[in-house]
Design a protein around this ligand. Structure first.
Ligand code: ACO
Length: 333
C-alpha cells in the first residue's frame, strides 16, 4: 500500500549554500599517496568545498534556508517549524536548528535536529511533510547541512577525499491536488552499525585526550561493505516505489540519489534502468555532503531546467545505521 498523506504535501522552494574554499583532488596528491586519476576513477569526485575555521553547519544551513525563503517569496516568520538534518551539528546542544532559527530571525517556529546519517534529509522530508499533513502546521523548513571535512582524518587517504561541506534547504507545505509526495518508504538496520561509525565524543566514549590520541573523533568505514549495501538498499527501495506506484521507469523525469560515490549511483541507476541524463549528479563538484546531497542536487537540477510541473521524481538515500529510504514526488511548481 502506498504511503500517501491525507492532504497533498510537497516541496515549494529550494536553496543551497557551499563554502567558498575549493579543494581539488590535486591538493591531496601533494601530500598523500593518491592521485586525481584514482579519486576520479573510483569515486567520480573532482573537487569539494570545505569550510574555513569558524564556519559551522549552522552558517551553511542558515544561508541555504534564506535562499529557499527568498525563492518562495516568504519571510522567516512565515514558517512554523525548522527541521535540521545533520551528523555534524555545531555542538551537541543546543540544536543546530535553534541556532539557525536565531540566525535567520524566525520567531514563530519550533525547531529540532534529526540524524539518520546520509538518509537524514529523506527522513526529515517525511517528518516535515507529516507535520503539515497533520493539519496543525502550515509550513516546515527542512535543512540538510553538514561539515563533513571535520570527520575525516586529513592524513587518511581512504576517507578524506570522499567528503565535502554544504547545505541545502526546502520549504514543505500543502500543494495542489495530485502533486507533491506520492509515496515513501524508510528502513533502518542497526546490524550495519559496525560498517560505518564514529566512536568518540558521545556518551559511550566521551572526548578525552585518549580518545583524541586514538583518533576516535574521526569516522571509520568498511568502504566495500558500505558500497555493496548502498547499491542494494537504494535500488531495492527505489524499485519498490516504482512497482508500488505502477510507474514505468521511462516516466521518471528525475532520479535524485544520495551522492556517496558515482559508481554507487551508476550501479543503482543501471538496476533501475534510469538513463544517465535523468540523474541529478553533483558529487563531481561537491563530493559527499551527507545530509545536503539530495536537497542540493535537487536545487541544481531545478536550476538546469531538469524538472517541470507534473514531472515524477524519485529520491533515494543510503547511509550509516544502516539507514535508507526513497520518496516519490510529483513536482508541483
Ligand atoms: N588514493 C589511492 N588509493 C586509495 C585511496 C586514495 N584516495 N583510498 C583508498 N585507496 C586504496 C586502498 O588503500 C586500497 O589499497 P590496498 O589494496 O593496498 O589496501 C585500494 O585503494 C583499493 O581499495 P578498495 O577498497 O578496493 O577501493 P574501492 O574501489 O572499494 O573504493 C571507496 C573505495 C571509494 C571508499 C568505495 O568503497 C566507496 O565509495 N564506498 C562507499 C563509501 C560510502 O558511501 N560511505 C558512506 C558515506 S558516510 C556517511 O553515511 C556519514
Amino acid at each position: 500500500m502506498t504511503k500517501r498523506f491525507s492532504i497533498p504535501v510537497g516541496i515549494t522552494a529550494t536553496g543551497q549554500h557551499f563554502p567558498e574554499k575549493i579543494v581539488t583532488n590535486n591538493y591531496f596528491a601533494e601530500y598523500l599517496d593518491t592521485s586525481d586519476e584514482w579519486i576520479t576513477e573510483r569515486t567520480g569526485i573532482k573537487e569539494r568545498r570545505w569550510v574555513t575555521q569558524g564556519e559551522a553547519s549552522s552558517d551553511l544551513g542558515a544561508k541555504a534556508l534564506q535562499m529557499a525563503l527568498e525563492r518562495r517569496g516568504i519571510r522567516p516568520d512565515d514558517i512554523d517549524a525548522i527541521i535540521v538534518c545533520t551528523v555534524t551539528p555545531d555542538m551537541p546542544f543546543p540544536s543546530t536548528a535553534s541556532i539557525i532559527q536565531h540566525k535567520i530571525g524566525a520567531s514563530n517556529v519550533f525547531c529540532y535536529d534529526l540524524n539518520a546519517a546520509c538518509s537524514s534529509f529523506l527522513y526529515g522530508l517525511t517528518t516535515g511533510a507529516s507535520l503539515v499533513a497533520s493539519g496543525a502546521i502550515k509550513r516546515v523548513a527542512v535543512v540538510g547541512c553538514d561539515v563533513m571535512s571535520i570527520l575525516a582524518d586529513k592524513n587518511d587517504r581512504n576517507n578524506v577525499v570522499l567528503f565535502g561541506d554544504g547545505a541545502g534547504a526546502v520549504i514543505v507545505e500543502q500543494v495542489d491536488e495530485g502533486y507533491g509526495i506520492q509515496d515513501f518508504e524508510h528502513r533502518t538496520d542497526g546490524a550495519g552499525g559496525n560498517s560505518l561509525y564514529m566512536l568518540g565524543g558521545g556518551s559511550l566514549n566521551p572526548a578525552t585526550h585518549d580518545t583524541v590520541d586514538k583518533k576516535m573523533h574521526y569516522l571509520y568505514q568498511n568502504g566495500k561493505e558500505v558500497f555493496k549495501y548502498a547499491v542494494k538498499g537504494m535500488s531495492e527501495i527505489s524499485r519498490l516505489m516504482i512497482d508500488r506506484n505502477q510507474i514505468d521507469p521511462k516516466e521518471l523525469k528525475l532520479f535524485v540519489p544520495h551522492q556517496a560515490n558515482l559508481r554507487i549511483i551508476d550501479a543503482a541507476a543501471k538496476r533501475l534502468e534510469i538513463p544517465q541524463e535523468r540523474i541529478a549528479i553533483n558529487i563531481t563538484r561537491f563530493a559527499n555532503t551527507t545530509s545536503a546531497t539530495i536537497p542540493t542536487a535537487l536545487h541544481q537540477a531545478l536550476e538546469k531546467g531538469m524538472l517541470s510541473k507534473g514531472d515524477i521524481t524519485l529520491f533515494a538515500a543510503f547511509g550509516a545505521g544502516f539507514s535508507w529510504g526513497a520518496t516519490l514526488l510529483r513536482w508541483g511548481y
